[in-house]
Design a protein around this ligand. Sequence first.
Ligand SMILES: Cc1cc2nc3c(=O)[nH]c(=O)nc-3n(C[C@H](O)[C@H](O)[C@H](O)COP(=O)(O)O)c2cc1C
Length: 172
Amino acid sequence: MYVPIILGTGREGRQSEKVARFILSEAKSAGFESEILDVRDYRQMATDKTVTTPLAKAYSEKIRKASGIIIVAPEYNHGYPGELKMMLDLLYQEYFGKPLGVCGVSSGPLGGARVVEQLRLVAVELRMQNMREALYFSSVQDQFDDSGAIKDKEAWGRRTKKFFEELSTRIR
Ligand SMILES: Cc1cc2nc3c(=O)[nH]c(=O)nc-3n(C[C@H](O)[C@H](O)[C@H](O)COP(=O)(O)O)c2cc1C
């Protein structure tokens, strides 16, 4: 089962990249085939739903073959980064019916709770399956050591287990 992880910010110095790498490793441990799709690599795609460039075709193909999708998104001004929305808007039918797992990221205490809720609204129009479980990386700057390893392995192991269990049950 292929479940790509969309890294939803290209910001220089982004903390969300550490989260995406951690989720990639957890996804693989849970038995999924996965990779990170970085918005930085997809910035030049036009948001016009015409999949013509090689890059857009490659993105379309990846989403088409995906069994589910994970988004790692920081909260910017209580919403999702614009470049993430542009990337999502490139496609439509490719998303239909697929479960969406969202990981919110913030430097504050709420773990991107508002961006998680906003992405769930977008997922309705993309006819995706919203999951009950989500992961909330609050105070993200304190969650990883200098090597990029998550500090509280036990707590995050419990949370990711529930997250991937729900994702598995939703994949048809
Ligand atoms: C443009 C911008 C807007 C932000 N707005 C919020 C916000 O609304 N709520 C919040 O909790 N953090 C906000 N932050 C801080 C992020 O939570 C913080 O940068 C965190 O490290 C996650 O984002 P990153 O992956 O870009 O590092 C904002 C950061 C930026 C750059």
